[in-house]
Ligand binder design. Structure first.
Ligand code: ZN
Length: 112
């Protein structure tokens, strides 16, 4: 893909241009540029509902309420089973490390 700011070629699915640092539009919700992950920043149990909310760009509270209602009206067990399956199957959101982070190679001195 091409950066909209500096017009240089950058890798597909890049969120930021690595030449000029401009944030790239990630497309509409559910596009192939976005993958379903468990949220690490917005989780009550395992981040399943938070991850679904981030994927569809909606309020995670709505996802949790809908999930709770569906669970309640399907005799509880299917909703919990699907949640546990999602917990197992959905990968956790990868932690993005800053590219310019200094190497932490200095061991801490032992305290007396
Ligand atoms: Zn750029």
């Amino acid at each position: 893909m091409i950066c909209g700011n500096c017009q240089r070629e950058i890798a597909d699915y890049s969120r930021y241009c690595y030449f000029c640092g401009k944030h790239q539009a990630t497309g509409f919700a559910g596009s192939p540029t976005q993958r379903l992950h468990r949220s690490i920043t917005d989780s009550k149990i395992a981040g399943v509902c938070g991850g679904i909310a981030e994927y569809f760009q909606i309020d995670p509270t709505i996802v949790r309420l809908v999930w709770a209602f569906v669970t309640f009206f399907t005799a509880i067990v299917p909703g919990i089973a699907v949640y546990i399956l999602a917990w197992i199957l959905m990968p956790e959101m990868p932690v993005v490390m800053p590219a310019a982070a200094p190497a932490q190679s200095t061991p801490e001195a032992p305290r007396a």
